[in-house]
Design a protein around this ligand. Structure first.
Ligand code: CA
Length: 229
C-alpha cells in the first residue's frame, strides 16, 4: 500500500482527497500545518507527499527544503497561486511536480501515479536501464548518443544533446528553467531563459513533426519544460 501524506489546511479539500485516495487503496495521513507535516513525515516515512504551498505556519518552499534534508519521497505541490514564481521556487527547493488548484481528481491521481512510478526507478539506474527512448516521431539512443527520425540520423549539437538528455531521462516530469540552465550552462547563467527558448526551438525543429505545436517537448510557460513520452 502506498502511503500518502496530505499537507493541506483546507479541511474540505483534505476530506475530498482522503475519500478519493483511500478509494484507490492509498493509505492517507493528513497534516494541517508545516510543523505537523515535518513531524508526521519523520515518524511515518510516507511514500509520496502532497503539499499545499499556502500553509498557516510556514512557507511551502521552507517545508520542502527541510524535507529534502533527509527525505527522497516525491513531493507533489498543490498550489492556488496565480503566479508561476511560487511554483518555480517550490520546484527548485526540491518538489517533483505541481498541480494548480482547482484541479480535477483525475489529474491529481495521474500526477501521483507518475511521481510514485519515478520513485520506483531512481534517476541513476533509469539512465542505465533505458538506453533507447523511442516515440512515434523519433528515437534517441542515450548510449550511442544518436538521434534518428525514421531512417534519418538527426545531428544534434552538444548543447542540444545535453538539454534533450535531461528531459528524456525524466519522462513526464517538469524540469524548471533554472534546473536546465544550471545543468547545461552552469551557475552563472541562471537568468538566461532566452537560451532555453532558442535551443528548445532548435530541438523541436529537428525532432517534432509540427515544431510550433510540439507533441513531445512541451513548454510550461514561465516555469520550464517537460518531455511527454
Ligand atoms: Ca492553504
Amino acid at each position: 500500500m502506498i502511503r500518502v501524506l496530505v499537507v493541506e489546511d483546507d479541511p474540505q479539500l483534505v476530506r475530498a482527497l482522503k475519500i478519493n485516495l483511500q478509494a484507490r487503496r492509498y493509505e492517507v495521513q493528513a497534516a494541517g500545518t508545516g510543523a505537523d507535516a515535518l513531524r508526521l513525515a519523520a515518524a511515518r516515512r510516507p511514500d509520496v507527499i502532497l503539499l499545499d504551498l499556502g500553509l498557516p505556519d510556514m512557507d511551502g518552499a521552507e517545508v520542502i527544503r527541510n524535507l529534502r534534508g533527509w527525505s527522497r519521497a516525491p513531493i507533489l505541490v498543490l498550489s492556488a497561486r496565480q503566479t508561476s514564481e511560487e511554483k518555480v521556487r517550490a520546484l527548485d527547493a526540491g518538489a517533483d511536480d505541481y498541480v494548480t488548484k482547482p484541479f480535477s481528481m483525475d489529474e491529481l491521481l495521474a500526477r501521483l501515479r507518475a511521481a510514485t512510478r519515478r520513485q520506483k526507478a531512481p534517476a541513476a539506474s533509469r539512465t542505465n536501464e533505458v538506453s533507447v527512448v523511442t516515440t512515434d516521431e523519433f528515437s534517441i539512443d542515450l548510449v550511442a548518443k544518436r538521434a534518428r527520425r525514421g531512417e534519418r540520423t538527426v545531428r544534434l549539437t552538444p548543447t542540444e544533446w545535453h538539454l534533450l538528455e535531461i528531459l528524456i531521462t525524466h519522462p513526464g516530469q517538469l524540469i524548471t528553467q533554472s534546473q536546465l540552465l544550471l545543468e547545461v550552462w552552469g551557475p552563472t547563467y541562471g537568468e538566461n531563459t532566452n537560451y532555453l527558448r532558442v535551443y528548445m526551438a532548435q530541438l523541436r525543429r529537428k525532432l517534432e513533426a509540427d515544431p510550433s505545436h510540439p507533441r513531445y517537448l512541451i513548454t510550461e510557460p514561465g516555469m520550464g519544460y517537460r518531455f511527454e513520452p
